[in-house]
Design a protein around this ligand. Structure first.
Ligand code: NAD
Length: 425
């Protein structure tokens, strides 16, 4: 494994939660959101911070910081991933939890929003250390997580493996086999077919929906994808399988460009054999990581980190369409620059909602004890995603605003009902 630590953001001095509030305020003003509802949504329901002492392989005990924020429960139990990265902190988790509330509302899922994380560097830890850390986190959150309460899932730095350990630990606490307490599980433990690729699939469906509105023929379109993990690799694969030429890819180890198109199947096979990293891939020219986002292409898919599109590089972006696979890749000031350049940006809370949509399907299947085929999952996913895209697109015209603010408005219209109907003490 590479020893480069997973950093979830490269601009730590900027409050991510402030970015959420800036967008919330802009949308609230345009749609005339009730100030009380706005006030409720500005304040997360619950914030938990824990210390996790873990026995390391060297015989010493290391104490890790763990977090969980439940942002809202107005539309259903809270839902959101668990991130393992060195930059995990309370502000980031709070912002990601709020985005989950908006994302679930845009996708019309019966969920509130939450997020969790552990400040750690998973790439430098052994499997045994990661298992003990995951189990310690599950124990510390046993009163927070629940199949009808708060349902975690994978995020950056975690996968089905960590979900399986957390599931096992939670089931030991309750003495029940309750697979729906966590999603993104391995198939053998009640995971859903199609979940692994779902976020990338959602990116693909949103890309095609936007290209159609822009009257661009996918056969003549080129794309660049930043990030080659769960979201980026599936997005690149699905876009290329559907005929879009992928000219740029990159991860934390290396970035590549090939104007004639990159063989994504070859890149995937290379990464699979190379500890899931791209360094050393020879199917394209290696470029600087800072060049990847600004190189010539029609569609840009940031699918790695937050805050990567900022005031410094936004005016150099050449893409006509940005589809946000990552959470929070574009900073608020960059939004203004992109809007001025007429670059359409399908925002994270719509573009990457495929993952939580199929997590919802996984939860439904777990509750029913009846499992769907991959084709059923994909069909239902694509249908839901297209409806969500149309709802946001219609609000662009109705409120004469960007897709990002239109997506917030779409979410707030639902959340407003939930907050008002449930009322207060
Ligand atoms: P992952 O850990 O599977 O992959 C992250 C990728 O980003 C890796 O390829 C890594 O090398 C790359 N990366 C890290 N630092 C980089 C850098 N400095 N420059 C370029 N690339 C870098 O994570 P993931 O699950 O694919 O998540 C990626 C983003 O998508 C995150 O913002 C996450 O919150 C968001 N997201 C994930 C899901 C999901 O289902 N996994 C759902 C919605 C949103």
């Amino acid at each position: 494994m590479s020893n480069t630590p997973i950093n979830s953001t490269n601009t730590n001095d900027v409050s991510m939660f402030d970015s959420v509030l800036a967008r919330l305020d802009e949308a609230a003003k345009l749609m005339n959101l009730s100030p009380e509802v706005s006030e409720v949504l500005r304040s997360p329901v619950k914030q938990i911070k824990v210390s996790l002492p873990v026995s390391m392989d060297n015989g010493k005990i290391q104490v890790f910081k763990g977090y969980r924020t439940v942002h809202s429960t107005h539309l259903g139990p809270s839902k959101g991933g668990i991130r393992y990265a060195m930059d995990v902190n309370a502000d980031e988790v709070m912002a990601l939890a709020a985005w989950m509330s908006f994302k679930c509302a845009v996708a019309n899922l019966p969920y509130g929003g939450a997020k969790g994380g552990i400040k750690c560097d998973p790439r430098s830890m052994s499997v045994g250390e990661l298992e003990r850390l995951s189990r310690a986190y599950a124990q510390s959150m046993k009163d927070v997580f629940g199949v009808n309460k708060d349902i975690p899932a994978p995020d950056m730095g975690t996968s089905g493996r960590e979900m399986a350990w957390i599931l096992d630990e939670l089931n030991k606490v309750t003495g029940e086999d309750s697979p729906g307490i966590i999603t993104g599980k391995p198939i053998a433990l009640g995971g859903s077919l199609g979940r692994d690729a779902a976020t990338g699939r959602g990116v693909m469906v949103n890309t095609f929906a936007a290209l159609k509105k822009m009257n661009l023929d996918p056969k003549n379109v080129t794309a660049v994808v930043q990030g080659f993990g769960n979201v980026g690799s599936h997005a690149a694969r699905l876009l290329s399988e559907k005929g879009i030429k992928i000219v740029g890819i990159g991860d934390h180890t290396a970035s590549f460009y090939n104007e004639n198109g990159i063989d994504i199947a070859a890149a995937l096979a290379y990464a699979e054999k190379n500890n899931r990293i791209l360094k050393g891939f020879n199917g394209a020219t290696e470029i600087k990581s800072s060049e990847l986002l600004i190189c010539k292409c029609d569609v840009l898919v940031p699918a790695a980190l937050q805050n990567v599109i900022n005031e410094e590089n936004a005016h150099k972006i050449q893409a006509k369409l940005i589809v946000e696979g990552a959470n929070g890749p574009t900073m608020p000031k960059a939004d203004t620059i992109l809007n001025d350049k007429n670059i359409i940006c399908v925002p994270d809370i719509l573009a990457n909602s495929g993952g939580v949509t199929v997590s919802y399907f996984e939860w439904v299947q777990n509750k029913a004890g009846y499992y769907w085929t991959e084709e059923e999952v994909n069909t239902k996913h694509d249908f839901k995603m297209e409806i969500a895209f149309e709802a946001v697109w219609n609000n662009v015209a109705k409120y004469k605003t960007s897709m990002r603010i239109a997506a917030y408005i779409t979410a707030l219209q639902k959340l407003e009902q939930g907050v008002k109907l449930k009322g207060a003490y």
